[in-house]
Design a protein around this ligand. Structure first.
Ligand SMILES: *[C@@H]1O[C@H](CO)[C@@H](O)[C@H](O)[C@H]1NC(C)=O
Ligand SMILES: *[C@@H]1O[C@H](CO)[C@@H](O)[C@H](O)[C@H]1NC(C)=O
Ligand SMILES: *[C@@H]1O[C@H](CO)[C@@H](O)[C@H](O)[C@H]1NC(C)=O
Length: 483
């Protein structure tokens, strides 16, 4: 009796947590369920690049009220992962990480920032590869490694975007990946994946993948091979198709990948507003080798990719893209999509690193990586000092503090994060707070009044066709993996 009440008391104080994911046989795996994990993500950088400002002690995961508002809206969409680009390791992220954790969402984190000394540069990369840069990078790992919902770290984002940068950057990028992996191995309690986020520049995409994902011959303890590979891809625009968007090309590059591959950004915004029909394709069986994707992006900025319009600090208004995306997610059967058992063997072995793998003239094919810069080994050995560590904390109130409006000006009632049970991950339908699309922004109204009860009939015809392929495909994946 005593034991029971002690347990209840304990249960009341401990926050429920998502299950840390692992990388195995080319996919993200939930080790508790044995299921493969598909990323249903959104890029999260409220305030744009100005949202990160070390002088103002501000980054996207440092304000609890902002995170609460945004986690609630993402929950309504069906998001299970956020990508955050610019983080200050010295700020406290406990409340935001705990809110996203309670909402059933993972975090993919870039360790770099655009500030000088905080990223590997595309031009003369050797000039930016020094101990203090690595210290900053490791500090981000330190700050996030203890949260259960940290899904992975991006060691770089689009550092190569043309043949010129492809000639110089690869060995340095692979070296940084090695260094971060060594830091994780030494200091984190679990093997958090580290990998590169590539620009989808088709001239160098396959070379980039081959360069980062091959195995160094003779090195049985190769720490420089990425644990995952991602690409920022905008080839699907408007009501396109698998072929027209050249997704078939991507599948042919990645279908036998031995590490998880996913879109670290997607969501072409021309034409605008967006219809997001790529969503049906991304989670279909056609997308062999892929583990989902991250929509670019949560907040409306001058580049016009936003799902949510923040006109001032606090209150917010949904854009028509929010409803369009919600409608596409709601069409998919995520129970089935997320219920696929992870493969028990790898689809393929990675190729041995060799200049033969590189097909573009001028792309770097030197696999002798730069050595650690002076002073860096000591930081890996002893750890960053002081250590900016984080932990899950108790959140007592999940209500959103500010009014958020539909695009017709009506206020969304009872907006709050719904804390999930231990081990649960968010998916469409989890948070049933109702949103409804008006036409006051003058560019919505495809005939459907409410996106909280999306109907398949309201979708454009080709999108509906794609959906049926997607729904059947999920079973095909299930069948092919079971064999
Ligand atoms: C390393 O990073 C930590 C955490 O951000 C910081 O406090 C420390 O000053 C850094 N050390 C150096 C040598 O830059
Ligand atoms: C965002 O809000 C601003 C200011 O109210 C408005 O001018 C703009 O049209 C809005 N953008 C979208 C996409 O809703
Ligand atoms: C390959 O890179 C290493 C390390 O940067 C360098 O020492 C070596 O000279 C390079 N080899 C060639 C053939 O360029």
């Amino acid at each position: 009796m005593l034991k029971y009440s002690a347990l209840v008391a304990l249960g009341a104080t401990l926050a429920a947590a998502v299950q840390p994911l692992e990388v195995k046989n080319g996919v993200f795996v939930n080790p508790k369920t044995g299921n493969q994990f598909q990323i249903v993500g959104v890029a999260y950088q409220p305030g744009g690049s100005a949202g990160y400002n070390p002088k103002l002690k501000r980054d996207p995961l440092s304000n609890k009220d902002v995170c609460m508002r945004d986690a609630a809206l993402m929950q309504i969409l069906g998001i299970n992962t956020i990508r955050v680009y610019n983080l200050d390791p010295d700020l406290n992220h406990d409340e935001c990480a705990s809110i996203f954790n309670a909402a059933g969402m993972y975090m993919l984190l870039d360790v770099n920032s655009p500030l000088v000394g905080e990223s590997l540069t595309s031009f003369n990369p050797w000039e930016s590869y020094y101990a203090q840069y690595l210290n900053r990078t490791f500090a981000v790992v330190e700050a996030f490694k203890d949260y259960p919902n940290t899904l992975g770290f991006f060691s770089g984002n689009e550092v190569m975007n043309n043949e010129e940068t492809g000639a110089t950057v690869p060995p340095y990028m692979r070296a940084v990946t090695r260094d971060i992996k060594n830091y994780v191995k030494k200091h984190a309690s679990r093997p958090i994946p580290v990998g590169y986020s590539a620009a989808d520049v088709r001239d160098i995409l396959a070379d980039s993948y081959n360069y980062f994902q091959c195995s160094l011959p003779g090195d049985t303890n190769d720490m420089s091979k990425g644990d995952m590979f991602a690409l920022n891809s905008y080839s699907w625009c408007g009501a396109s198709s698998f072929k027209e968007a050249s997704y078939d090309e991507l599948v042919s590059i990645f279908k036998t990948s031995d590490v998880p591959v996913f879109f670290s950004e997607f969501g072409c915004n021309t034409p605008s507003p967006r219809v997001f029909t790529e969503v049906g394709a991304i989670y279909s069986s056609q997308m062999e080798g892929f583990s989902g994707g991250i929509v670019y992006e949560y907040t409306q900025e001058p580049n016009n990719y936003g799902l949510v319009n923040l006109t001032e600090e606090g209150p917010a208004t949904l854009t028509s893209d929010f409803y369009a995306l919600k409608e596409q997610y709601a069409k998919l059967d995520f129970k089935t999509i997320q219920g696929v058992k992870a493969p028990t063997t790898s689809k393929a072995q990675s190729a041995a690193c060799s200049s033969k793998l590189i097909t573009t003239k001028g792309f770097n094919s030197n696999f002798t990586l730069p050595k650690l810069p002076p002073g860096a080994q000591e930081i890996i050995d002893k750890g960053v000092s002081p250590k900016p560590s984080g932990k899950i904390v108790k959140i007592s109130d999940y209500k959103v503090k500010w009014d958020v409006k539909n695009n017709d000006g009506t206020v969304i009632a009872n907006l709050a994060v719904k804390p999930l049970a231990d081990g649960d991950v968010n998916q469409p339908g989890t948070n049933t707070v109702s949103v409804s699309q008006g036409s006051s922004d003058g560019k919505s109204s495809s005939g459907s009044a409410s996106s909280s009860t999306p109907s398949k009939d309201a979708a454009p015809r080709d999108a509906a066709a794609l959906f049926s392929v997607a729904a059947m495909g999920a079973f095909a994946v299930l069948a092919s993996i079971a064999i």
